[in-house]
Design a protein around this ligand. Sequence first.
Ligand code: GDP
Length: 289
Amino acid sequence: MFDILTDSFTNAIKKIRFNDDDKALTKALDELKKSLLRADVNHKVVKDLIFKVQIETKKNGIGKDQFLEALRNALYELLEIGGNRGFVFASKPPTVILMTGLQGSGKTTTTAKLANYLKNKQKKVMVVAADLQRLAAVEQLRQLTQQVGVELYEDESTKNPVEVVTAALKKANSGIYDVVLIDTAGRLAIDNELMDELEAVKYAANPSEIFYVADSMTGQDAIKTATAFKEKIGIDGVILSKYDGDSKGGIALGLSSQVQVPLRFIGSGEKIEDLEVFLPERVVNRLMG
Ligand code: GDP
């Protein structure tokens, strides 16, 4: 993960030759800017980052160490939006998570990946099949939850996700579940019908958090749709899926600051174990070598 982004970063840092003057700093910043744009990091994000690095380096006396320190701080600030990272458990179980996203984004697969991640942490997980729009979604979830070895709540006698969620939570609340993951319906694009359904499901589920699964291969569109979901139903975190298919990787760097919601996990493959927690400090360390 982050291979191309890391490579271009490492190359830019390697090229920096510092003579403790303004000209050297301008050259270093130029290299950095080029490498970020090559990795498809959003223009405005790059501009802001470069500006911060420039100001902080100048403030502390131009030098390679100062430059690297300023870059490390600016990157960390960029990624550390909203504070919380990874999976946050509710104070009283079960922790209810609503999984949202557009059709094809990888939402159902990511739900299973998250179930697997939590099961490996010895948590008792219930997955709820509330995507009753896409015909194959329930069957897909059945197979995936069997593979992971967690319980699936499903009811094919109804097309009403609110009914399914209400019954599932009744069962979960009286049971021994630590986490309930609700797979909701997506659409090909954002429309009122989708948002109305999600609002109703959200009301019935009263989730601790709402995750939005964004397909990283859609580039800046992933930012736009995540922002729209944030405005319409409110999201607490983004999971970037299909990061393995994104040739550049820059989207992970700008997402948190662009959407103003923390990036929580990254999916990088079709297998259920292909999910990684997004931890800013770990990412910064990897990028800076
Ligand atoms: P949904 O409609 O949002 O529920 O999407 P699915 O979970 O069915 O995923 C759509 C397709 O994307 C499936 O073929 C998944 O195997 C694939 N997919 C999901 N996540 C990833 C990922 O991180 N990497 C890759 N390469 N494929 C993924």
